[in-house]
Ligand binder design. Structure first.
Ligand SMILES: Nc1ncnc2c1ncn2[C@@H]1O[C@H](COP(=O)(O)OP(=O)(O)OP(=O)(O)O)[C@@H](O)[C@H]1O
Length: 306
């Protein structure tokens, strides 16, 4: 079942066309990550889908409603967790939840607060002041407040920026539990590890949705071939390789470099040319990061062409 089925989505800010003819379908209970450079139009797209921002054009359904005519109904069924979520630092976890429940005029308040505390593993800490919590726990509380009204759609804006790896993992485990219960999740992110935890990915560039699918599908469709080079000072090869024909991207990963392209012959020729004898090359499966680096490089080329 589709939670989102929208086409022809456009948005202008003044004379700037920031979302261009986006068509998108999202299955119910799927977690979809949206990636793309700063200012690409991710947040604007997601806010329009959730009824938080009025599009200039577009038609279709979100959560079974006409997403433009019934934008308010869609908005009410959406939970929104922004990067800079606001909590009341001098209230406890439980008081924060109870406060949000009152502000939104929710029914069954006590029951909802108890359920959210349980669901997100906050019950033992419910009397702790929000201000005294670590980043990971604050973020979990923010998630609890975002789902208190039992939304059908959850919008997360770079949800684990600045959170340590253990807390990130636990946060994502909770997101998956919510999705398993039918919640559809849209995530805007710059982090590859977050993207890899999503079921599907959308890549937005200059307001256009240019890649869509699972990580594996996007990697396969890119046709990207990647070689990994290892050896002493291998990082110094990044610059000379970057300029060569057939090399779409070259970048350092720890003590190795990844060199990618779509034309095998040209790529191998470039590597042969830079062979120093000390560098060992092996072909490796392209990663999502390799593909995104290439997509970003394409954008740079577009700019030069414009
Ligand atoms: N309310 C607004 N008024 C005018 N311009 C806006 C408004 N909101 C966003 N923009 C512009 O629209 C473009 C797309 O912004 P958007 O926030 O959707 O990008 P993004 O892909 O989410 O970027 P980031 O990764 O930096 O969050 C940007 O150039 C931004 O400056």
């Amino acid at each position: 079942m589709l939670a989102i089925d929208v086409r022809g989505l456009n948005k202008w800010f003044g004379d700037r066309h920031v979302v261009r003819d986006v068509a998108i379908q999202v299955g119910q209970g799927r977690i979809t990550g949206f990636l793309g450079p700063n200012g690409a139009g991710k947040t604007t797209t997601l806010r329009m889908l959730c009824g938080l921002l009025t599009p200039d054009s577009g038609e279709g359904e979100v959560l079974g409603r006409d997403f433009r005519a019934e934008a308010n109904a869609v908005k009410r069924m959406t939970g929104y967790m922004t990067q800079r979520f606001s909590l009341y630092e001098d209230l406890t976890i439980e008081e924060n939840l109870a406060f949000v429940a009152r502000v939104y005029g929710l029914d069954r308040r006590g029951q909802r607060v108890r359920a959210a505390l349980e669901q997100l593993g906050l019950a033992d800490r419910r009397r702790q002041l929000a201000g005294a919590l670590s980043g990971g726990w604050k973020q979990r509380l923010a998630l609890a407040t975002a789902v208190l009204h039992e939304p059908k759609l959850l919008l997360l804006d770079e949800p684990t920026a600045g959170v340590d790896p253990k807390a990130r993992r636990e946060f994502w485990d909770h997101i998956h539990l919510l999705a398993d219960q039918g919640l559809t999740v849209l995530v805007s992110t710059h982090y590859m590890d977050e993207a890899e935890r999503c079921h599907d990915i959308g890549y937005i560039l200059n307001g256009r949705l240019i890649a869509r699918g699972t990580a594996q599908e996007i990697i396969a469709r890119s046709g990207l071939i990647t070689f990994r080079g290892e050896g002493p000072d291998v990082g110094r090869l990044v610059l000379p390789l970057s300029g060569r024909a057939g090399v779409l991207s070259a970048s350092a990963f720890g003590s190795a470099i990844h060199v990618s392209g779509t034309d095998r012959r040209l790529l191998e020729e470039a590597l042969r040319h830079n062979r120093s004898g000390e560098t060992k090359w092996e072909e490796v499966p392209s990663t999502l990061e390799d593909v995104f680096i290439q997509l970003m490089a394409d954008q740079a080329d577009d700019r030069y062409a414009a």
